[in-house]
Design a protein around this ligand. Structure first.
Ligand code: UDP
Length: 458
């Protein structure tokens, strides 16, 4: 009987406990995984922070259990960089996560001991991996980035010994041995962060994976990352389950867990445009640019003459706090209705809309997968961390994207926009993106089935 085990007190569902860091790009795949495990007969409890808490009403089949953390400002402030956030979240969640998991094991609200098969925890949360192992609960790490980016993380100590890290100006174009097609400039980095601190974080993740984890779950699929997946399994001697693209594995997809209210009006605006005529622009939920870059983006879009839908998220211009970034003077008059600007879009529906021709993206892994799954070619503008790796794969491994320009400048932006929308390269990228879309839609749920068998064997 899948997902069930006979106990002294009758048949009880085996349970998986999941925990994600409170980022949009981590919660979304984790909640999809939760729904897929539940559909296969396992009990599912989601432990979560109070900050950016998921909405239980949207996930009726799943039990939710808050960990009651206290977060310092740097874990949540739009002005703190991703490394600050990750370090602060790991530190602040460790004890509350352990206490919540221990409470669940004792029976939590249910009154009887839970048969917890394993904990699937955020692959960036070394604190939770260690805490689960200390409580004797087998842990699986859920990677919400690509297999290639995870390999880059695992390789950091070697790259540091070999002198590739810290990254040096004169080596930027050098290929990185055993991580091709990456060059030195594509390695994971967070601008402005101390190399020791970044390497320390990466080492904590890699150490926790090696010491405390029984398997890796990755939101990717074999057709695009077969060789990276095989290498991860070899390097870690752990099973790696490529269960993605998670959002495609549903007949009826569960409600999106959106941390911001999507502006559905943009879909009606898209309806008024011919097929493949609009550029969609979004840098995801965390990335920030400075005011100068924001203005170059704006004037580059204006100069391209192309219709565009632009997510100008509140907090996406550094130093401006939580405010929606003001548009440059004269910009709206210049574009005369040719562009629509929203604070947050229903992205998956936007990418699936026939009016969309291309996606200017920061190459967050979810956005990249969503674009691939709709056959939409990309303009890449990676901002930090794994986005560098993904951008290189988009442009040079899969051939479905173009760089927006080494320096963000309105003239190069306009040129890149015109090329991806109407140029010959753009047409070829669209064809390749269409082929990847076919492969993504052929990705089966066999990795999910193997994952469930593995969980039941723990
Ligand atoms: N997203 C959205 N509306 C927006 C911008 C982003 O729904 O206006 C969603 C997008 O579909 C994706 C997630 O937010 O699922 C962003 O995750 P990603 O890994 O691409 O980037 P991150 O935000 O983690 O940098």
């Amino acid at each position: 009987m899948a997902g069930r085990e006979q106990h002294g007190d009758g048949v009880r569902r085996r349970r998986v406990v999941l925990f994600s860091l409170p980022f949009q790009g981590h919660l979304n795949p984790m909640l999809k995984l939760a729904a897929l495990l539940r559909a296969r007969g396992l009990g599912v409890t989601v432990l979560h922070t109070g900050f950016n808490a998921p909405d239980p009403a949207r996930h009726a089949e799943v039990d939710f259990f808050p960990i009651h953390e206290t977060l310092p400002d740097e874990a949540t402030s739009p002005d703190s960089d991703i490394l600050r956030k990750l370090l602060a979240l790991n530190a602040a969640c460790e004890a509350p996560f352990r206490a919540a998991l221990a409470s669940l094991l004792r029976g939590g609200g249910s009154g009887h001991r839970q048969d917890v098969a394993c904990a699937v925890v955020d692959g960036q949360c070394y604190a939770a991996m260690g805490a689960a192992a200390q409580l004797g609960v087998p842990a699986l790490a859920l990677r919400t980035d690509s297999a290639a980016a995870f390999r880059n993380m695992l390789a950091c100590p070697r790259l540091r010994d070999a002198g590739y890290i810290p990254i040096k100006e004169e080596q930027l174009d050098e290929p990185v041995p055993d991580l091709e097609p990456l060059r030195v400039q594509d390695l994971i980095r967070v601008d402005g962060c101390d190399t020791d601190e970044l390497c320390g974080f990466v080492a904590s993740v890699a150490d926790a994976v090696r010491a405390s984890v029984s398997g890796i779950v990755i939101n990717t699929f074999e057709a695009i990352e077969a060789s990276e997946l095989a290498k991860i399994q070899r390097e870690l001697s752990l099973p790696a389950f490529a269960v993605g693209p998670l959002h495609l594995l549903f007949q009826t997809p569960p409600a999106e867990q959106s941390l911001h209210e999507p502006d559905h009006g943009c879909l009606a605006w898209l309806d008024a445009h011919p097929p493949r005529s609009v550029l969609y622009v979004s840098l995801g939920s965390l990335a920030c640019v400075d005011r100068g870059a924001f203005e170059e983006m704006a004037w580059g879009l204006a100069g391209s003459g192309v219709p565009f839908l632009w997510v100008a998220r509140p907090g996406s211009v550094s130093g401006a706090g939580d405010e929606a970034p003001p548009l440059p003077d004269g910009f709206e008059e210049e574009i005369r209705g040719r562009g629509k600007i929203v604070k947050w879009a229903p992205q998956r529906e936007v990418l699936a809309h026939e009016a969309i021709c291309a996606f200017w993206t920061h190459c967050g892994w979810n956005s990249t997968l969503e674009s691939i799954c709709e056959g939409v070619p990309m303009l890449v503008q990676p901002c930090f961390a794994d986005q560098m790796v993904t951008a290189r794969y988009v442009t040079h491994e899969w051939g479905v994207g173009l760089e927006v320009g080494e320096v963000l400048e309105r003239g190069t932006v306009s040129k890149a926009v015109t090329e991806v929308m109407a140029g010959e390269d753009g047409a070829q990228m669209r064809e390749r993106a269409h082929r990847l879309q076919m492969q993504a839609s052929a990705a089966t749920s066999s990795a999910m089935d193997s994952l469930v068998r593995f969980i039941l064997s723990l």
